[in-house]
Design a protein around this ligand. Structure first.
Ligand code: COA
Length: 339
């Protein structure tokens, strides 16, 4: 008998408010041409009104994932949440989701792996399943990033990249005999990495305990409460680590790139994903991208892509999927999943 962590459903939720590149050009010195050419982004979603929280977006995605899996909230025995934009400094959103969804007093944990939240999350879920600690798991990845962006010319390099959104997966522990098609399904393998020497290359310094006095008025004036990035350094590291992750997972599982039905990469920059695709010598239809419509929703990008890929029929039961992510930390990784 083999124990597999099988994805039963995936769902996503994005707020209704579309913010185009032209909308941002009205707030800062930028242009649709610059943003499109450098990133592939045309628009992103921002929360509809002030005070909408990350857990609210996560809840909307999670409720639909529960419905699609045919589960009640009471069936769930573990919540794994991933976000860099929690409702509160502490606790994390895992427990808030437990309460909002009406789950039992089950374990709920938060992963802080930024853009790698989904790939770390799937690896974590696989571990819980294979150590027989959980059977019905909700993995929720959600972000509300628009309120922390510096929407002025000073913050334009970061402000044009990010959006708000959420995705959720219902994942079930399935026991199957050899010969049962179920034995082929589920999370097959994961590869994760980190390099903390990049911690301050992409970060938001406040709120944080490293700052004497915690938060001062001058820190706000200096913009330390907004995310900062050395874009070119991140770009170079991202391409290298994404490729390294893909090659590691392919080699370890005796696969050629052409045997993957769909690669679902993190959506940070279309040029990054195109470089990875070209290096793997795959046609455009084998890589799923939607950065044009949502920008970078950090932990939520991959689940939003998975959800849309299912809706578009590009991901079906039996498809072999490779997820790939790189983000702040630095953190990176990928998962090989038989859908
Ligand atoms: N609009 C117009 N001009 C802008 C701008 C904006 N929004 N943001 C920056 N610029 C300007 C810069 O000031 C700079 O001007 P200068 O040449 O006069 O100094 C010029 O454009 C080039 O900036 P640069 O940062 O070198 O651009 P880039 O080609 O590196 O593209 C990113 C910037 C952010 C799109 C790119 O570096 C990137 O995608 N990095 C990786 C992101 C990533 O992978 N994140 C993963 C985790 S979230």
């Amino acid at each position: 008998m083999a124990l597999r962590a099988v994805v039963r459903s995936v769902s996503h939720y994005v707020p209704g408010r579309r913010v185009t590149n032209d909308d941002l050009s009205a707030l800062m010195d930028t242009s649709d041409a610059w943003i499109t050419e450098r990133t592939g982004i045309k628009e992103r979603r921002f929360i509809d009104s002030e005070g909408v929280t990350t857990s609210q977006l996560g809840e909307a995605a999670a409720r639909q994932a529960l419905d699609r899996a045919g589960w009640a909230a009471q069936d769930v025995d573990l919540i794994v949440a991933a976000t860099l934009s929690p409702d509160l400094y502490f606790p994390g959103i895992g427990v808030i989701l437990q309460q909002r969804l009406g789950c039992r007093a089950i374990p709920a944990l938060d992963i802080r792996a930024q853009c790698s939240g989904l790939v770390y999350g799937l690896s974590c879920v696989d571990g819980y399943v294979k150590s027989r600690q959980a059977k019905k798991i909700l993995l929720v990845c959600a972000e509300v990033q628009s309120p922390v962006l510096d929407l002025t010319t000073r913050g334009r390099d970061m402000a044009v990249l990010f959006g708000d959104g959420a995705g959720a997966l219902a994942i079930e522990a399935c026991e199957a005999e050899e010969g049962d098609p179920l034995v082929q399904r589920g999370i097959i393998d994961s590869h994760l990495g980190s390099d903390g020497s990049g911690a301050e290359v992409l970060c938001m310094k406040l709120p944080g305990t490293a700052r004497p006095g915690f938060i001062k008025e001058s820190d706000i004036q200096e913009g330390l409460v907004h995310p900062k990035m050395e874009g070119k350094v991140v770009f170079k590291n991202a391409v290298g680590r994404l490729l390294e992750t893909a090659q590691t997972l392919l080699k370890r599982n005796g696969l050629q790139p052409g045997q993957i039905d769909l690669i679902v990469p993190h959506q940070a920059n279309l040029r990054i994903n195109e470089m990875v695709r070209e290096e793997l010598k795959l046609p455009p239809e084998r890589v799923f991208n939607n950065i044009e419509r949502y920008g970078n929703t950090t932990a939520a990008t991959i689940p939003i892509c998975l959800s849309e890929a299912v809706a578009e029929g590009r991901l079906r039961e039996g498809s072999l999927v490779l997820t790939l992510a790189f983000g702040a930390g630095f953190t990176w990784g990928g998962n090989l999943v038989r859908w």
